[in-house]
Ligand binder design. Sequence first.
Ligand code: NAD
Length: 310
Amino acid sequence: MEYRTLGKTGMKVSIVGYGASPLGNEFGPTDAAEGVRAVHRAIDEGINFFDVSPYYGRTLAEERLGAALEGRRDTVFLATKCGRYDADTFDFSAPRITASIEESLRRLRTDYVDLLQAHDIEFGDRQQIIDETIPAMRKLQQAGKCRWVGITGYPVKMLADVARRGAVDTVLSYCHYNLMIADMDDHLTPVCKTRKIGLINASPLHMRILTEKGAPDWHPAPQAVKDAGRKVAELSRAAGADVSAVALRFCLDHPTVATTLVGMSKQPHVETNVAVLSMKIDPALMRQIRQAVAPVFNAVWPSGRPENCD
Ligand code: NAD
């Protein structure tokens, strides 16, 4: 495994990070025992950064991750979130954030998390996030409930704006840097670089578009993006490569991102995703992929309040 420092936090995180949303059945039903084996396998392979949220599986992912980390909690960095609790249930107020961490800590079977992140801030009021949510998380930091404080969400311009104006240690952006898109670098990456804010890139497989299985039914991307993903899978197969491995490898080469979070609930996926560390993408395949995705490159979809969309 390779490790990079996450901004000013000093945490040396594995460049492949464990996304725990599949443990909450966000991509379809998963086997609890296999989920535990996947988490243990990941730790054995040197993955030390785990990301979860009360929202994933409406607390199921935190419950499962907490159980899997029993006895190994101290060997990993654990990140969870607050403020999002269901598809349409958000509460970024200080009292809710303060209660939320206690609930998460119980489910995660620990007395602190390494990183607490306001989850999907584009669904909240931007000024409240800056004036109330982040300061509430800072108070939890002073109380020893979390070591560091961050934000997560989809619209990169909003994330960059809040990172500029609010006191955050990390920013988690998803589906804005991978084989299908790169606009994270136009807006968010420079802000994180200048301010030494830890940058976490999530969803390297574009939430399963870049897999043999393809996108889940709920995927918000335009159909043309999903079709381009099928084409990338075909091209990879023809070149004797696995589309998911190619997609993850591409993300790992980003120079500023500390960790790339890939969602996992199965041991074989952990094995493939770690093996990617010693893989190189064939330049001819890369050229073909770039051509195939060019018509939809940088395509986005709406997320959150209209005023917060990019
Ligand atoms: P992803 O792009 O990582 O895709 C995950 C899907 O790909 C899952 O169905 C998984 O089973 C499958 N998969 C993983 N490895 C595979 C492999 N080698 N071969 C085939 N299939 C494979 O999307 P994601 O899970 O949404 O993102 C990763 C993580 O990032 C999440 O689990 C979560 O922790 C975090 N995240 C956070 C936010 C947020 O805070 N707003 C948003 C998105 C993601």
